[in-house]
Design a protein around this ligand. Structure first.
Ligand code: FAE
Length: 546
């Protein structure tokens, strides 16, 4: 058994250990969280993947698609190696916390940036980004020509950084989300399995109605309902009992001290506490953090040659490893998987991938805005970082708006929203031979349909309430946050680039399991659908391909 500890060069001196080395580090996270996980004693005893290794299954990425895949394979008796470019996030920094706070970003906050790139970039018109030491931090703000795509980096993928909103789409919308998938199977079997595996739960409505920390959401509900829009409670993967204890002051706080975007130290049930804890308990899975897959190609004796760069916390490659895997699962997220596949096809490593690779990418119609409320409508200086309600105008206006927090610690009189819209625009990834990079041809102007759909809600609310849009949150006199997405989807669409279960066309033993399978929109927040689809696909693949 090997254990490896690397000390970062950043100000907090965060270190990381391989989660698979039998260190009990996931249990350590649970202990910090002050509540139990499903993890049993660690039985796996292995370090990062060894150069020259020959493994039965290699999974690229440790987000939702990758974690579901690895767990179900391991439970079926298959040994799995997971490769993750980000850090393990299992060891506290000098401040005693694993994750940095949103209001005080440090080196842990961003993936290889010297200045933060906060989604909400301004306050009162002034830029709020600040310099930080470059480090393999947790949130990647990946810039393409017309859009910045936010993604989680580390063991747990997007579950480390996201808002935890765990939404199953309405059944009547499912046919437009995944047209080739049997909806009965999804709603009877795989959505329930995903919700249970993720630990999804709903806030106690009575507590919602009285607690200070959801004053902002109650104002959002009041304004929605006065304009005739349905307000719906949104389930989440937060331990709601823990949040009540946070409010009572009896446990260390995370949602109630604005932890979001850069990780959550206690109450959120990220994959570390759910699927990854179960994975650890199987004893059949090893995870190599700070390892980045750069190439996959057919091996001469069968299977696939996989090239992996081992990184240090400056992002530099310290060792390049070549291994062979009988089967490879691409679970690097919509952007990560699409970039890999597009490059591998264009550079002749996987030339038989079909012409659908890189196509059908969408932003889930994300657009942000704020509204300025009257002085008699305060939204509260204490705001839980976990959103718990939304305004549903999907059928009439193509928009589902989360009532989001603005947890600044002071009264802002602002209502803030992330709206998911039925934006029809789809972009394509393509290989740029001159730079060696993969580009995305999204254009900022393609957000206009999203803005129009969001306005179907907020123009009406503003008219009813006699209020106006905030113009100071995304620049100087700029209403719409139309430069970003949190929800990248597509690039290797199910039943187009792959068969109807994620097997890549053109090769045997190559699979896609993540958000790149979904054609650009889920009508709600995507991770429950990504998880449920991965559950469905891996069940079929285990039954037929192993
Ligand atoms: P993902 O979770 O991104 O995992 C992919 C993993 O692969 C990452 O850990 C990568 O570091 C790793 N990787 C990439 N390339 C490589 C490579 N070459 N070699 C090795 N490893 C690699 O993929 N969704 C919701 O449903 N509700 C929310 O409330 C919500 N809030 C969000 C808030 C923020 C700020 C962000 C950024 C996202 C949010 N999302 C939310 C989106 C959600 O986290 C996202 O859809 C899923 O994480 C995507 O899951 P995948 O399995 O596709």
């Amino acid at each position: 058994m090997s254990e490896k500890t690397e000390r970062g060069n950043g100000s907090t001196g965060v270190s990381r250990r391989t989660f698979i080395a039998g260190t009990g580090s996931i249990l350590g996270v649970a202990a910090l969280a002050g509540h139990a996980t499903t993890a049993q004693a660690a039985t796996t005893a292995a370090g990062p993947i060894a150069p020259g290794a020959h493994v039965p299954v290699l999974v690229i990425g440790t987000g939702y698609g990758g974690s579901v895949t690895a767990l179900r394979l391991a439970q079926a008796g298959v040994d799995v190696h997971m490769i993750e470019m980000g850090m393990a996030w299992d060891t506290p920094g000098a401040d005693g916390k694993i994750f940095a706070n949103t209001t005080n970003p440090d080196n842990r906050s961003f993936w290889l940036r010297t200045k933060t790139k906060q989604p909400l970039s301004n306050f009162l018109g002034f830029p709020i980004d600040r310099n930080i030491p470059s480090y393999t931090g947790i949130l990647d703000a990946e810039d393409f020509s017309g859009i910045t795509v936010y993604q989680g980096r580390g063991v747990g993928g997007g579950s480390l950084v996201n808002g935890g909103m765990a939404v199953t789409p309405k059944r009547e919308n499912f046919g437009a989300i995944l047209p080739s998938v049997n909806a009965d199977e999804m709603y009877n079997t795989y959505y329930p399995r995903a919700n249970s595996g993720l630990g999804v739960g709903l806030i106690d409505p009575a507590w919602f109605d009285t607690t200070d920390c959801y004053q902002y959401a109650r104002v959002g509900r009041k304004h929605a309902q006065r304009s005739g829009f349905p307000f719906v409670f949104v389930p989440a993967v937060y331990d709601w009992d823990y949040m009540k204890q946070e409010a009572a002051g009896t446990v260390p706080k995370s949602a109630l001290v604005a932890e979001i975007l850069y990780g959550n130290n206690y109450g959120k049930k990220s994959l570390q506490k759910t699927y990854l804890a179960q994975i650890k308990a199987t004893g059949r899975v090893t995870i190599s953090p700070l390892h980045k897959v750069t190439s996959v190609s057919p091996a001469s004796g069968g299977g696939y040659t996989v090239v992996i760069d081992q990184l240090d916390t400056t992002g530099a490659t310290t060792l390049t490893k070549t291994v062979v895997a009988d089967k490879v699962f691409f679970s690097a997220g919509s952007v990560g998987t699409s970039k890999l596949l597009v490059k591998l096809k264009a550079t002749g490593k996987l030339p038989n991938l079909n012409g659908e690779i890189g196509k059908g990418w969408g932003d889930n119609g994300n657009v942000m805005c704020g509204r300025a409320n009257h002085l008699w409508d305060p939204t509260g200086s204490l705001q839980s970082s976990i959103p718990t309600g939304g305004i549903d105008n999907w059928a009439a206006g193509g928009a589902f708006a989360e009532v989001a927090p603005l947890p600044t610690g002071i009264e802002t009189f602002a209502s803030f929203y992330l709206t998911i819209t039925k934006n029809p625009n789809r972009a394509q990834f393509s290989y740029n031979a001159a730079t060696g990079n993969v580009d995305l041809n999204w254009q900022t102007a393609w957000k206009q349909p999203s803005i129009d759909m969001a306005k179907s809600i907020f123009d009406k609310i503003n008219a009813k309430e006699g209020t106006i849009y905030r113009t100071d949150l995304f620049g100087f006199y700029k209403i719409w946050g139309d430069h970003l997405t949190y929800h990248p989807l597509g690039g290797a669409i199910l039943n187009k680039a792959t068969d109807n279960y994620g097997r890549l066309y053109g090769y045997t033993g190559l699979y896609v399991t993540d958000g790149s399978l979904i054609p650009g929109n889920t009508s709600v927040n995507p991770f429950v659908t990504i998880t449920a689809l991965a559950e469905r696909n891996i069940e079929k693949v285990i039954a037929t391909d192993f």
